[in-house]
Ligand binder design. Structure first.
Ligand code: NAD
Length: 256
């Protein structure tokens, strides 16, 4: 379905971004990976699906590096057809204790990076009159939790950016939507499970049961594969007129 298209997925060396990159590659899209840590494992996993893979290590908190990554993707594959703004970090602390440097980093990586990648991707998408921009927001783009001020502000901002991007391109073949997961068991969340297990003196399984029990009625994690399938739908022709939506996959979290 996506043969001949190119998808750039930020923060795709791990977790949800890697799951979405895999799902788009399985539909035939060439992939530009980005992110830190192990690159060869993700690169091999995508290449095994029979598509071309490239990697750029841009730090998504740095606009100049985002510009270099977008230029690299255009030189390598001609154009970015699908942009998935996924890179994200978390920091958990009450507002009065929130380190200002962590605030700046969360806003830069979770929100401003999407603005920069989007502004750089749009001209070629508009020229081709086809494009898909998918922003990995969160259920925290719709509702809040204590001790996550920067993350909740960034994700609410990302949902707003999604709507504006959708509106500004509404008469074209370029769509923009947000995906809003509840808990997904990735390294980002395992850190929160570990912190809870340590502070409560409970096992990993008990910490997970508490974490899900507080917020997620289904008591199940959403998986990167499920999120990948939603991204594939948004990239399909059935998604042509899905515009400016914030679509939660959250086990009922935001329904409460
Ligand atoms: P993760 O920690 O597994 O992966 C994050 C990815 O972003 C990694 O590839 C990492 O290398 C990359 N990254 C981090 N900082 C970066 C930077 N400065 N520049 C470039 N890349 C950087 O996290 P995840 O859980 O897969 O999260 C992916 C996205 O999904 C994030 O935006 C997160 O907020 C969102 N999300 C996650 C959950 C969840 O429960 N895990 C829920 C809702 C939304």
């Amino acid at each position: 379905m996506l043969k001949g298209k190119t998808a750039l997925v930020t923060g795709s060396t791990s977790g949800i971004g890697l799951g979405i990159a895999r799902a788009l590659a399985a539909q035939g899209a060439n992939i530009v990976l980005n992110g830190f840590g192990d690159v060869e494992g993700p690169r091999a996993a995508i290449a095994a699906l029979g598509v071309q893979v490239a990697y750029h290590g841009a730090d998504m908190s740095r606009p100049a590096e985002i510009e270099a990554m977008m230029a690299y993707a255009a030189i390598t594959f001609g154009r970015v057809d699908i942009l998935v703004n996924n890179a994200g970090i978390q920091h958990v602390a009450r507002i009065e204790n929130f380190p200002t440097e962590r605030w700046d980093a969360v806003i830069a990586i979770n929100l401003s990076s999407a603005f920069h990648a989007t502004r750089l991707a749009l001209p070629a998408m508009r020229e081709a009159n086809w494009g898909r921009i998918i922003n990995l927001a969160s259920v925290h783009g719709l509702v809040a939790s204590a001790e996550k001020s920067a993350y909740v502000a960034a994700k609410h901002g990302l949902v707003g950016l999604t709507k504006v991007t959708a509106l500004e391109n509404a008469t074209t073949g370029v769509t923009c939507n947000a995906i809003c997961p509840g808990w997904v068991l990735t390294p980002l969340v395992q850190k929160q499970v570990d912190a809870r297990a340590a502070s409560q003196g409970v096992s990993n399984d008990e910490a997970i049961r508490q974490l899900l029990g507080e917020k997620e009625p289904s008591m199940q994690f959403t998986t990167p594969d499920e999120l990948g399938a939603l991204a594939v739908f948004l990239c399909s022709s059935a998604g042509n007129n899905v515009r400016g939506v914030a679509w939660n996959m959250d086990g009922g979290w935001a329904a409460q």
